[in-house]
Design a protein around this ligand. Structure first.
Ligand SMILES: [Zn+2]
Length: 642
């Protein structure tokens, strides 16, 4: 990885788009609950989608090519979490006010300006993930700024939108989706392209993620938050990388896309150096079926046996080595071309001269293909596609267009992130034709009443919350830092509130963030211990029934028997504190045993007595009680001596 300075030199600019599911009582446009279901009753139906024309009369190109693949979409509609709205058989209801208020509240924490009136728009999405063929989205606030570790990051827009359906299992031409997720409200936050390094992208994403969690109004867990990235370097283009679900993958995806753009610019230089011109790249497919008809290659054999199966090739003059040119680890320029072939022509892939002979295609066959194309195997290159003729032609055409684009540098694309942080071509970037107004839903004026409700929901910034924990609850800066935005924060808040200050914040936070973790490390499965049991343990402590030192011991017992009553467990294990009388008796005995020292030191003997008492009473009595009883008994004793 390169240093901060190198990224600046590269002119790296990154904008982050965060999509987070909101925890509302119902979905964005109907009354279904915001929940995913496993099993239960469901209805199944099929649809095929077609692209709608926008107001401008254009058909969105990305939508068109998705549609052209002729896929059938199969929808599973769980009765518990979907209705006729998700099935697109009933018009959407009014926009969910609760979602709008939460989003506006979050906007306020980012200094974003609420719009006067909220208009729901339709964004064409034709991969089948919406039954309607579009996603509904509404802008709620514009502009703004956040301060992340001393750096200002601009906010461009804040929207609420409906989540898409959940992917099911695909079979052949059938894409399957589950409708429980469709319509769950999302907040979409887009930052300005102010982020300038992979490290910064992590910082900003984690800052915004923490802010969102501080509302207490967002869903938690895998898949509830997704990030998209807009990345460019100097001389490159704004490329959209979609679908990053893990925070750890963000910096990697950014670094690898910056590298890809840099390599594409180098590739352009190499094309120029070789004196190749864009106009030299022409679509002149040559039929080489005869050369390959008795090939031992399994793929070639299989595809040629399809009805209308053909082997078509095009020559690329002076391109030797260029298709094997690595853009990202294990992704070559040839891989990019294959992605285009797959998207536009629906073929499985392509062969190129830099990887042949191989895949069962022999040296002799390669030489014959060069001959048929009139090319020089030492200098030239070729693309070979074996499939149904129509598909092969469409694919080759797209490949030629992509190669021509290499003369301009980096094409504007939407790409999908892969598990290792590299990415693959997903579709061209949608144009303005993609958005049009939703006529089924009236606009919502942002009234004073809405703004007031939003203000009440406005979360503190992570810094403000940290400060609050330190200054008002007395947490150490370390504990406060750990707690803000952590998985345990909401549990902490609820426990603290329910205990009404009878247990100090540090004890609760230490239990959740320190003791629970170390108990887990010792091999206890703490996951089954419910919040109610934790509450009961802390309550026993607040009632003086167990000592603070006994809490971890009791948690370990609970880990083994999560259903048991904490009080009973403490009783059986001898963890209950002694009564005041019992403790007093021990204190008196210790005083008797130390009479000589007390006579010498008077009240200053207290710390020694305390040490001796705690040695016996640790885990069986509260330190504060022992201290008080020593004070009382010591002063009684000293009075008698006078
Ligand atoms: Zn519904």
């Amino acid at each position: 990885m390169e240093a901060q300075n190198d990224w600046k030199k590269l002119g790296l600019r990154v904008g982050l788009e965060i999509h987070q599911q909101l925890k509302t009582s119902k979905k964005l446009f109907c009354n279904c609950p915001v929940t995913l279901v496993e099993g239960g009753m469901e209805d199944v139906f099929e649809r095929s989608l077609r692209p709608t024309r926008s107001e401008l009369g254009e058909v969105d190109i990305a939508a068109y090519f998705e549609w052209q693949k002729g896929r059938i979409y199969e929808y599973h509609a769980p009765r518990e979490a979907s209705c006729l709205v998700e099935a697109d058989e009933e018009p959407p209801h009014m926009l969910n006010r609760e979602a709008v208020e939460i989003a506006l509240g979050i906007g306020m924490a980012m200094n974003s300006n609420p719009v006067d009136e909220i208009h729901v728009m339709r964004k064409i999405v034709i991969d089948g993930s919406n039954t309607t063929g579009f996603q509904r989205t509404a802008l709620v606030a514009l502009g703004g700024e956040i301060n992340v570790n001393g750096k200002k990051i601009g906010i461009q827009t804040i929207c609420v939108e409906e989540d898409a359906a959940r992917k099911g299992e695909d079979r052949d031409r059938v894409s399957s989706y589950i409708l429980d997720r469709l319509g769950i409200p999302l907040i979409e936050i887009s930052t300005a392209p102010d982020i300038q390094s992979p490290e910064e992208v992590s910082e900003v994403a984690s800052w915004i993620g923490t802010l969102l969690r501080l509302t207490g109004k967002v869903r938690r867990g895998i898949g509830t938050i997704r990030q998209d990235l807009n990345i460019s370097i100097a001389g490159g283009e704004k490329v959209e990388i979609k679908g990053v679900q893990e925070l750890d993958l963000l910096p990697k995806a950014v670094a690898l896309e910056a590298m890809r753009q840099k390599r594409l610019l180098e590739l352009r230089e190499e094309l120029r150096r070789r004196g190749i011109d864009k106009e030299d790249i022409i679509f002149t497919p040559v039929d080489v079926t005869n050369i390959l008809k008795s090939s031992k290659s399994k793929v070639v054999e299989k595809n040629l046996s399809k009805p209308g199966g053909k082997a078509l090739a095009i020559l690329l003059k002076k391109f030797k080595g260029m298709l094997g040119y690595e853009l990202q680890p294990n992704r070559r320029f040839g891989t990019e071309l294959a992605d285009y072939a797959r998207f536009y022509g629906d073929v499985k892939g392509l062969f190129h001269g830099d990887e042949l002979p191989g895949y069962g295609i022999t040296e002799d066959e390669v030489r014959k293909v060069y001959d048929a194309l009139g090319g020089d195997p030492e200098k030239d290159n070729f693309i070979l596609i074996v499939d149904e003729e129509e598909k092969a032609l469409k694919s080759l055409k797209a490949v030629v267009e992509r190669i021509r684009a290499a003369f301009d540098g980096v094409p504007r694309e939407t790409r999908a992130v892969l598990p290792d942080g590299t990415s693959k071509f997903m579709r061209p970037q949608p144009g303005a034709a993609r958005m049009y107004p939703e006529t089924d839903i009236p606009p919502i004026p942002v009234t004073k009443e809405i703004l007031e409700k939003a203000k009440a929901l406005k979360p503190p910034t992570p810094e403000e919350k940290r400060k609050y924990y330190e200054e008002h609850l007395g947490l150490s800066s370390n504990l406060a830092e750990q707690l803000v935005g952590s998985e345990q924060q909401e549990t902490f808040e609820r426990l603290y509130e329910r205990l009404h200050g009878s247990v100090d914040a540090t004890t609760i936070a230490s239990l959740l963030l320190v003791h629970m973790i170390s108990i887990k490390r010792e091999g206890f499965s703490i996951e089954k211990i419910g919040e109610e049991k934790l509450f009961r343990v802390l309550e026993l402590f607040s009632e003086g029934k167990i000592a603070k030192e006994a809490i971890p011991e009791l948690i370990k017992l609970l880990a083994q028997r999560p259903e048991a009553d904490p009080l009973e467990l403490a009783q059986k294990a001898g963890l209950l504190t002694m009564s005041e009388e019992e403790v007093r008796a021990i204190v008196k005995r210790i005083i008797r045993e130390n009479e000589r020292i007390i006579k010498e030191r008077g009240e200053r003997a207290k710390s020694l007595l305390m040490g001796a008492a705690m040695k016996e009473l640790r885990g069986k009595a509260q330190g504060s009680l022992v201290s008080r009883l020593i004070d009382e008994e010591l002063s009684n004793y000293l009075k008698k001596q006078v």
